[in-house]
Design a protein around this ligand. Structure first.
Ligand code: ACO
Length: 263
């Protein structure tokens, strides 16, 4: 890991590695892990700069009673968040590029090289819910509460959450959840398949899941996740073809290198 990691703490983040499991922790519990652009850029930097090559599981979690209370609402005040540069206004030509930069903090969690798990206790609101949706799997403590609050604040959810939400719960339910901005209990989240598990002991359940995800052969796991991710957008024929091609590549890549000819 590089020596100077002050940017990580400044972004309100912690990052730990234990073997093939990396853990990203939102660490602003005094603000219920409310997020700022600096935190979103920090998340992207973790993905691009800190993640070891052999990582198989990335756990995303939050310190304290809430996973994440969404965007730091002081961003919408004249004073802003101390230490945080003001965001570009929507009329600025760089506005969409700015949001793309924020989204990068969420996008990397879909990388087929590893499986990402959101470990959610307490509230996951707005940007926090979208962070949980950016992960491949969600494990919820039984006190977890989800809410897509953005439309209630005059915003759209723009941190990559709308696609996974629709894919998981379907369009009608996604419309209902977003346009009422109501809260979803852990029990309902499990019924809607927004949670793989709802558990009493979150840390133990997530550690067990992380161990289970390492039971498969790394290259096969990567190729399989890639295949599964493209299945929805493919026809059956296209997907069958992708399976053949992936199998060929995987088998070729796992072949021992040919012995060198004697001199
Ligand atoms: N932004 C800035 N500060 C926050 C935020 C936030 N999103 N959420 C909580 N805090 C601060 C509170 O102001 C409070 O600060 P204080 O101790 O200085 O008074 C501290 O964190 C603790 O918050 P409480 O409200 O006291 O904690 P509680 O556990 O009772 O409630 C909850 C937690 C439900 C998350 C509540 O804080 C809340 O509703 N927060 C706002 C949620 C929100 O609307 N987020 C924006 C979503 S939209 C988007 O993300 C784009």
């Amino acid at each position: 890991m590089p020596a100077d990691l002050t940017w990580l703490g400044d972004a309100g983040l912690k990052f730990d590695v234990d073997g093939a499991v990396a853990t990203v922790t939102l660490a602003r519990k005094e603000r219920r892990n409310a997020m700022t652009p600096r935190m979103w850029h920090g998340l992207a930097r973790i993905g691009s700069e800190l993640l070891p090559a052999g990582t198989r599981v990335v756990i995303v979690t939050g310190e304290g009673p809430s996973f994440c209370a969404g965007i730091d609402l002081r961003m919408f005040t004249a004073d802003g968040v101390p230490g945080e540069p003001p965001a570009l206004p929507p009329e600025h030509e760089g506005f969409e590029a700015q949001v793309k930069g924020y989204q990068a903090g969420f996008m990397w969690l879909r990388d087929p090289r590893f499986v990402s798990i959101a470990a959610v206790r307490g509230h996951a609101i707005g940007a926090g819910f979208q962070l949980a949706l950016a992960c491949d799997l969600r494990v919820l403590a039984d006190d977890a509460v989800l809410c897509m609050k953005e439309p209630a604040l005059g915003l759209v959810p723009d941190l990559t959450g709308t696609k996974p939400l629709v894919e998981i719960v379907g369009l009608p339910r996604a419309i209902e959840l977003c346009l009422t901005a109501r809260t979803i209990s852990a029990t309902e989240a499990r019924e809607l398949r927004l949670a793989e598990w709802v558990v009493k002991d979150l840390d133990t359940a997530v550690a067990k899941l992380a161990a289970g995800l390492q039971a498969t052969v790394p290259a096969a796991a990567r190729a399989t996740k890639q295949l599964l991710m493209q299945a929805r957008g493919n026809t059956l024929e296209e997907q069958a073809s992708a399976e053949r091609s992936a199998q060929k590549q995987l088998m070729l890549s796992s072949r021992p290198a040919p012995a060198e000819a004697p001199a």
